[in-house]
Ligand binder design. Sequence first.
Ligand SMILES: Cc1cc2nc3c(=O)[nH]c(=O)nc-3n(C[C@H](O)[C@H](O)[C@H](O)COP(=O)(O)OP(=O)(O)OC[C@H]3O[C@@H](n4cnc5c(N)ncnc54)[C@H](O)[C@@H]3O)c2cc1C
Length: 427
Amino acid sequence: MRSVVVGGGFAGLLAAHVLAERGPVTLVERDPAGGARRGVPQGRHLHGLLDRGRRIAEQIHPGFTADLLAAGALTAEPLARTRWFLHGRRLHPTATGLTSVLASRPLIEDVLRHRTLAELHVGTASGVELDAGRVRGVRLADGSMLPADLVVDASGRASRLPDQLAELGVARPREDRVDVDLGYATRTYRRRPHDLGGDLNALVSTVPRSRGGGAMAVEGERWLVTLAGILGDHPPLDDAGFRAFAASLPTGPIGDLVAAAEPLDEPVPYRFRGSRHRRYDLLRCLPEGLLVLGDAVCSLNPLYAQGMTLAAQQVEALRTWDGRRTRELNRSVGRLCAAAWEIATRADLGLPEVAGSRPLPARVLDGYVTRVQRVAHADPVVARALIRVANLADPSTVLLTPPILRRVLRPGADATVAHEERVEVPA
Ligand SMILES: Cc1cc2nc3c(=O)[nH]c(=O)nc-3n(C[C@H](O)[C@H](O)[C@H](O)COP(=O)(O)OP(=O)(O)OC[C@H]3O[C@@H](n4cnc5c(N)ncnc54)[C@H](O)[C@@H]3O)c2cc1C
């Protein structure tokens, strides 16, 4: 099977490597440079790789985590040496059995790029070639054609595939949307060992207010500090405004860090209008031989850090595909997207200002999840369960099992306790 993968970002790099086990693969990338690059503008901002995504990348590329560590990345347990604040209070520190990789997005990509077995074609894809209801290859902007039995669109959120299909007389996929008007601003700082009391990561959720952020220790003895505001409350880019926004977060560590550490660059912005799910899984007339992965099919509010892990889950489905009908594979991808979509958009729809439907059962469940989050301030068992679900390591139904239900619904269990101090957690 000859494959062409369009886009050498996180999804495309993993997919190209997996497909190389089945035959020749060409990876088409218009911006192949390493480091922070124009083709992936979000790459300058904090990118947490959830444990589930790291494990899948590790299965595809044994030694992936070790390569990152060798390049200066760090690892931490999500609730140890990481301070995770929800509703302005720290989740109870505890062992979770999970590993977070602390690395910049360009480093994660560089490690994957060096390991990916595919022929790189530097160029811009401009469309797909169809014949008798099947994809036959990829057209390039220079007018040439790359023939293929399988074409994978992994060209990211700005994928033009819906327009290209419409030009060929194929219907566009439906697009589900939940708009949040999120603004990010990111700056790097020199890291000193005593910063953040020796901890490596602080994450402040935008729940319950519109502002949040993260400070993550990354390669090169640096802090990557991202500030975020939803519903148009975007962080400023000037020094004083950036500091003031950091100081306005509902809890102190990020503001303190920004006030004391030495900045290494100027803040850079990113505006994210909202989550999008293009429903190729529902498109009956989708040509055979075409697969859509990564942000090109589903781009989620980055506050929940699911994007790379969702892409990895999709590539895992590709890896076990029987090689017959791509329609079935697009449906499997659609099911994975729907599960992640439910987590990300339900959280956003908790804000009354966000437009979207809120069925009654979902509202009841949202009320329960809010209580889980509050109980997790004081109860390490509930904190562990919550963080394993947030890392996509366990299904969300775990939060409804009797041992967790009993702890969450116990009267007074949500009376919150602050855990500002550093707590040692056994390995
Ligand atoms: C601000 C922000 C923060 C985020 N934070 C996180 C996080 O903490 N954790 C997480 O898991 N996810 C995060 N995400 C999501 C994550 O960035 C994406 O889910 C992930 O990059 C998806 O990878 P992809 O390969 O589908 O797309 P991309 O990584 O965007 O790659 C697309 C590639 O396609 C190439 N390309 C595009 N068009 C063409 C063309 N016509 N021809 C050839 N090449 C082309 C581009 O140059 C690029 O290399 C964040 C997103 C944003 C916006």
